[in-house]
Ligand binder design. Structure first.
Ligand SMILES: [Zn+2]
Length: 140
């Protein structure tokens, strides 16, 4: 509308026609802009979906086998971040040291968890077990 020779074109056709004209007159260069960019999706927190990757000195990075999924977070009392910048999970060797499914040697679990970009939809599930534990202790 009110765009000269581009009047009445559907948006896709108009976009192409306008950018073509701008390119022909060297007024602009056509390019694609993506709004999403690379994004770090891990964080050094306790709460979050564990990243199902193991690191083995012999095999490198190894995905956790499907029959061992989901990776369950350990029930630890010190789950809050501290000033060290080290993930709370990295303070629990009994959790992150495990066996390598490929060579049978020792492997380390990923101790970062996925960012809120991935886990915000089920954050509330952190609390039901606490409620259940509390109600059990009240009954005793
Ligand atoms: Zn291995």
């Amino acid at each position: 509308m009110n765009s000269g020779r581009f009047n009445g074109l559907d948006w896709r056709t108009a976009k192409w026609a306008i950018t073509s004209q701008l390119a022909q007159t060297s007024s602009a260069t056509r390019r694609t802009n993506y709004r999403l960019h690379d994004w770090c999706i891990s964080r050094q927190r306790y709460w979050g979906p564990p990243i199902p990757i193991l690191c083995c000195d012999e095999c490198g990075t190894v995905p956790v086998p499907e029959d061992q999924l989901p990776v369950i977070l350990p029930d630890i009392p010190d789950f809050k971040p501290d000033a060290s910048g080290i993930s709370p999970l990295a303070r629990h060797e009994e959790w992150y040291i495990t066996g390598c499914p490929q060579c049978g040697g020792q492997a380390r679990r990923e101790t970062d968890v996925s960012d809120t970009f991935l886990d915000s939809a089920w954050y509330f599930l952190r609390y039901p077990p606490q409620v259940m534990r509390r109600s059990r202790s009240i009954r005793r």
